[in-house]
Design a protein around this ligand. Structure first.
Ligand code: NAP
Length: 284
């Protein structure tokens, strides 16, 4: 293996320690950051994500409230809970875990969460601010990727970054944040022909697809930085990313592992957004 492996655990631990200290300082001034996490239905993967978020919140000294609703919950009941949380002064961030059960509208949920509590950055106002390059919440996964790149000292300005995936949650906002960093950005998706021809041009290659083994050595330029956002179950049932790690690491210069890097960094950015939101509320 030639690639250096990003020490995600160390980066996450050090960033969370800083958030913990800043949370304690804010608490001393009378405001405890609070996050409400809403889970509808009984999807086992979502239940794990929610547990991890709640635990991370508690470890940081924040108030966390979990709302576990049955899959039979109606849209009106879900929206009523969100409106209640919008009005609750103890809560600075609201997260509704996706995917929602069939029949419930994520779009309406995203539009109902108060923009100033939208720590996931899904509300149209926050998405608009992101596109315009204005101040506001940054979407957790892409912001976590940028933080990893900065911490590892990866230069971004003028570099060619290729993002595989164009979802509203990861691919599109990832491309926008890379543009903010003055990278030259190419976005690939399921209709992109000859994917490897494009990804091999990348100084920084970010995969956010959801397909194990998609990225292999032939997709990677020698020495490139490879960031794996994917979270999949491999044939052995174990958690893995989109990147064939052993193969790509033979060619890459720097590579992130799955699990243990982008996933926990995403939760760290959620804590950071909740802290920011609490600070803004304290200043209002
Ligand atoms: P998504 O909404 O399903 O989007 C997947 C994207 O990949 C789409 O844009 C799709 O293209 C593209 N794609 C599919 N097959 C492709 C192929 N063969 N070649 C090139 N592009 C292809 O998924 P998502 O929500 O963005 O999530 C992507 C992955 O990241 C998943 O594994 C998810 O679990 C993971 N994830 C991880 C975190 C974390 O915290 N680590 C957070 C969020 C998501 P089209 O648009 O053309 O369909």
């Amino acid at each position: 293996m030639t690639a250096q492996v990003v020490n995600g655990k160390e980066i996450v631990a050090s960033r969370r320690e800083r958030i913990k200290q800043e949370t304690a300082a804010l608490k001393e001034s009378g405001v405890q950051p609070g996050l409400a996490v809403v889970l509808v239905g009984d999807d086992p993967a979502s239940a794990v994500y929610v547990r991890n978020k709640i635990k991370a919140c508690e470890d940081a000294g924040m108030l966390s409230e979990a709302y576990r609703l049955p899959a039979t919950t109606s849209q009106a009941e879900l929206l009523a809970l969100i409106v209640k949380l919008n009005e609750d002064p103890r809560i600075h961030g609201i997260l509704v875990q996706s995917p929602l059960p069939k029949g419930l509208s994520e779009e309406e949920v995203n539009e109902t969460i108060a923009a100033e509590k939208d720590v996931d950055c899904f509300h149209p106002v926050n998405v608009g601010n992101l596109v315009l390059g204005k101040e506001g919440f940054l979407p957790c996964t892409p912001a976590g990727v940028i933080e990893i790149l900065h911490t590892c000292g990866v230069p971004l300005a003028g570099k060619h970054a290729v993002v595989i995936g164009r979802s509203n949650i990861v691919g599109k906002p990832m491309a926008l944040l890379l543009l903010r960093e003055h990278a030259t950005v190419t976005v690939c998706h399921s209709r992109t022909p000859n994917l490897a021809d494009i990804t091999r041009q990348a100084d920084i290659l970010i995969s956010a697809v959801g397909r194990a083994g998609l990225v292999k050595r032939e997709h990677v330029k020698p020495g490139a930085v490879v960031i794996d956002v994917g979270m999949n179950r491999g044939a052995d049932g174990k958690l893995c990313g989109d990147v064939d790690f052993a193969d790509a690491a033979e060619v890459a210069g720097l590579i992130t592992p799955v699990p243990g890097c982008v996933g926990p960094m995403t939760i760290t950015m959620l804590l950071n957004n909740t802290l920011q939101s609490a600070r803004r509320a304290a200043n209002r």
